[in-house]
Design a protein around this ligand. Structure first.
Ligand code: AP5
Length: 212
């Protein structure tokens, strides 16, 4: 199985949901730059302070800040599912440079695609656990007890950037940056397209087949 993987896809494509399953199946860490930055905001670290205003507006956080948040981890783990990184050509090139310095190239870039109308519906009903990052959906994956995390009993939150006006802006930002990242991984011959508008278990199955 391939074990150095990047997950690409629009907001709400199911990257976090899939990364959790794939990470368990492969025994590698799930590294979500979104989760790492949100934890930094909660803990009021310098990275969190630098990231907050961008994230609340749905803007990309400057690459230097994002890279600072994951560089140390990336330099030590033997495998990973990177969720939400890279998001720009510059980030893809930086990742390749780091991987080359360790002689451990990225092995697969998985692009999860979902139509915009499905994304908007999914994000409006997403709830997230701020403590353990478990992802729920009030329609398709509700918690057992109203608005409470099944795993750690923390109150669930609607993310600041899941408000309708911010969702639209995030989709625009994604569309602006992603084609150069897709072309980059096509050029590296490691891009795989995955249909994300299927039940989550079926998407996981398709991904695991690609990674075999
Ligand atoms: P980040 O947290 O990475 O957000 P994102 O990429 O916009 O993706 P999401 O977390 O919104 O969605 P997802 O694809 O993980 O979907 P999920 O599995 O939750 O980034 C947030 C912000 O941080 C960015 O806007 C930016 O400011 C900053 N940032 C992060 N990385 C950065 C970087 N590299 N550079 C610069 N800035 C960066 O699923 C969504 C919902 O759908 C859930 O409710 C889930 O239950 C449901 N669902 C999932 N799959 C299915 C399915 N197959 N069928 C039905 N429902 C499903």
């Amino acid at each position: 199985m391939l074990k150095r993987i990047v997950l690409l896809g629009p907001p709400g494509a199911g990257k976090g949901t899939q990364a959790e399953q794939i990470a368990k199946a492969l025994g590698v860490p799930h590294l979500s730059t979104g989760n790492i930055l949100r934890a930094a905001i909660t803990n009021r670290t310098s990275i969190g302070l630098a990231a907050k205003e961008y994230m609340d507006k749905g803007q990309l956080v400057p690459s230097a800040v994002v890279f600072e948040s994951i560089r140390e981890t990336l330099e030590t783990v033997p495998g990973y599912i990177l969720d939400g990184f890279p998001r720009t050509l510059l980030q893809a090139e930086v990742l390749t440079g780091l991987a080359a310095s360790r002689n451990e190239p990225v092995q697969a870039a998985l692009l999860i695609s979902v139509p915009d109308e499905v994304i908007i519906d999914r994000l409006a009903s997403r709830r997230s656990c701020p403590k353990c990052n478990t992802i729920y959906n009030l329609k398709s994956k509700p918690p057992i007890k109203d608005e409470t995390c099944d795993a750690c009993a923390s109150p669930l939150l609607l993310r600041n950037d899941d408000r309708p006006e911010v969702i639209a802006y995030r989709l625009e930002q994604y569309a602006k940056e992603i084609s150069s990242v897709i072309d980059y991984y096509k050029g590296e011959k490691i891009l795989h397209r995955i249909a994300g508008d299927l039940p989550p278990e079926q998407v996981t199955e398709k991904i695991l087949k690609v990674l075999e």
